[in-house]
Design a protein around this ligand. Structure first.
Ligand code: GLU
Length: 548
């Protein structure tokens, strides 16, 4: 068969360069020895998830701890799944977590290895597919969807491996006449690899994450160009990672089963194989069982969830570092003020199987990280969230920087020896401050005493309260009101004779606390009343009294 002619008939494009030209356009990168080139290669579906961030962090750390390059490639070969704005959303989402690309789609810079959108690279793939046809390593396949289904059914019935291979690869041995007759009849075709492998052969492969694994040679005649001339993931992966000079492909373990195909493709294309590291899937405990995080069931899989809920980006990254490298936690405990970037990250230390994602642990890390901020820094973080996700009322409140900072200093216990860890994330932190503003103060009074007693205490305290009082004067006034209302002013007295009193001074303070904050649980009440101011504090006491 005249293979050169066949290649030109199947791929008649006149814009393809001789193959060695592509090697010149995309030469090996000029980087120091040991520098790793990694990439994130998402499809532009608009859904960017925690698994992407997890991989991206491993990619970014690997590249940037070795003086290498981390780039963004967009795998947009499936037009149907493309969503407008998805690329910007990937970049923005990762940036929120402090992960930045050195080059790639929509990244400013030299970008010498682009274009980084696969659709814009069609001619490169086609040039190499044409060469494979000419070398007898690829062929046109005219099988219809129905024919392929029939083959699959037959294989399933016979309990054989499914796919297009060996005796099932009908178009592999079409004669020249048959091919040209099919073409003349206008039959659509795909281009398939003519696999040279055999499943009889097995070999050991070193995965950077999984370690040594046994791989069975590929014998599937996989599609490399679809009927619209666009490459499959397999083919585009081999060509792009070669010409973008990736040294380490970090990708999800769902691709492990395709590894034999990729190894064969690199071989027939005469490219050096990059290193691979297959990351394990993120799992969660559901009831008593471990399962994969699912897009449908787990909102926490989407990165938008973390931005929307106002997670502190550094806390999310620190948490992911603990699941990426098991020795990170110990290092972080020893170096509490060090940035995670100082940790010596290693792909080899990544978990080999199912990483357990635990939202409670993330929340815990988040509270600790946020407690280390100054009230001013916390204001900056919360305001960032408010601008994007807050209500109109939140936005207005945050205009009053000084007031919010005084509230935060109290909530965070700034200045005291033991910082409070009440703020877990921006959304919850902002809601924690609602009672400091009249328009968002929505109390549900739950007093444990009868109306007459409560009113007596509220009125009594409203009469003698003075904003200028310091803590001890304030407390002596609470005691005075307690005595007058039949409560023990001293805890000791109450404990000695509980039946003689309606309650203790602590119960009186609780009544005041509920009236002022709407809750029986709050930071120091005297300070809260000072922040609110005398007039507003007294009107809250009156408001609560009137509500009885
Ligand atoms: N586009 C593939 C995906 O989103 C990329 C896999 C890879 O990193 O090679 O799953």
């Amino acid at each position: 068969m005249n293979l050169d002619k066949l290649a030109s008939v199947l791929i008649p494009d006149d814009d393809l360069l001789p193959l060695e030209e592509y090697e010149k356009i995309y030469p090996p990168r000029n980087l120091a020895k040991g520098a790793q080139v990694t990439r994130l290669a998402p499809s532009p579906t608009g859904f960017i998830h925690l698994g992407n961030l997890y991989s991206a962090l491993a990619d970014e750390r690997t590249a940037h701890t070795t003086g290498g390059i981390f780039y963004l490639r967009i795998e947009d070969t499936d037009e149907k799944r493309k969503v407008d704005g998805a690329v910007e959303s990937v970049i923005r989402s990762l940036k929120y977590f402090g992960i930045n690309f050195d080059e790639g789609a929509e990244i400013e810079g030299e970008n010498a290895y682009g274009p980084y959108y696969q659709r814009q690279r069609a001619s490169i793939y086609r040039a190499f597919a044409k060469d494979l046809i000419a070398r007898g390593l690829a062929y046109p396949c005219f099988c219809t969807e129905d024919e392929l289904n029939a083959i699959r059914e037959q294989q399933t019935e016979r309990k054989e491996i499914t796919g297009y291979y060996g005796k099932y690869a009908r178009c592999r041995n079409l004669s020249e006449e048959e091919i040209y007759a099919n073409l003349a009849a206008g039959k659509p075709f795909v281009i398939r690899l003519k696999s040279q492998g055999s499943t009889e052969n097995k070999f050991t492969f070193r995965d950077a994450i999984k370690g040594n694994i046994t791989v069975t040679e590929n014998d599937q005649d996989v599609v490399i160009l679809k009927s619209d001339g666009i490459p499959t993931y397999h083919f585009a992966h081999a060509i792009d990672d070669h010409f973008m000079r990736t040294t380490l492909v970090i990708r999800g373990e769902e691709w492990l089963s395709s590894l034999p195909i990729h190894i064969e493709l690199f071989k027939v294309l005469c490219f050096d194989l990059p290193h691979y590291g297959h990351t394990c899937s993120l799992m969660k405990m559901d009831g008593g069982t471990k399962r994969k995080l699912s897009k449908r069931k787990d909102p926490e899989l989407s990165l938008d969830f973390y931005r929307g809920a106002g997670y502190y980006p550094k806390a999310v990254i620190k948490y992911l570092m603990t699941i990426l490298n098991s020795n990170f936690e110990e290092w972080a405990a020893k170096n509490p003020s060090a940035d995670y970037s100082q940790f010596k990250f290693s792909v080899e230390k990544m978990g080999k199987s199912g990483a357990l994602f635990d939202l409670d642990k993330l929340n815990d890390i988040s509270r600790t990280e946020l407690s280390l901020l100054s009230p001013e820094e916390m204001y900056g973080f919360l305001y960032g969230w408010v601008k994007e996700f807050g209500t109109d009322a939140d936005k207005e409140h945050f205009e009053n920087r000084k007031y919010i900072i005084s509230v935060l200093a109290l909530i965070m216990g700034a200045g005291s020896k033991k910082r409070r860890k009440d703020i877990e994330r921006a959304e919850q932190g902002v809601r924690l401050m609602d009672y400091f503003f009249d328009d968002t103060f929505k109390p549900v009074y739950t007093f444990r005493y009868d109306g007459g007693t409560v009113k007596n205490i509220l009125d009594g305290f409203a009469k003698i309260y003075d904003e200028a009082d310091d803590n001890s004067v304030w407390f002596s006034k609470v005691k005075a009101v307690a005595s007058q209302a039949g409560f023990a002013a001293e805890m000791g007295d109450y404990k000695a004779n509980p039946s003689e009193y309606k309650g203790s001074v602590a119960d009186v303070a609780e009544i005041l606390r509920i009236a002022i904050t709407g809750s029986s649980n709050s930071p120091d009440l005297c300070t809260i009343m000072k922040i609110l101011g005398g007039q507003r504090s007294v009107s809250r006491l009156v408001l609560a009294g009137n509500a009885l």
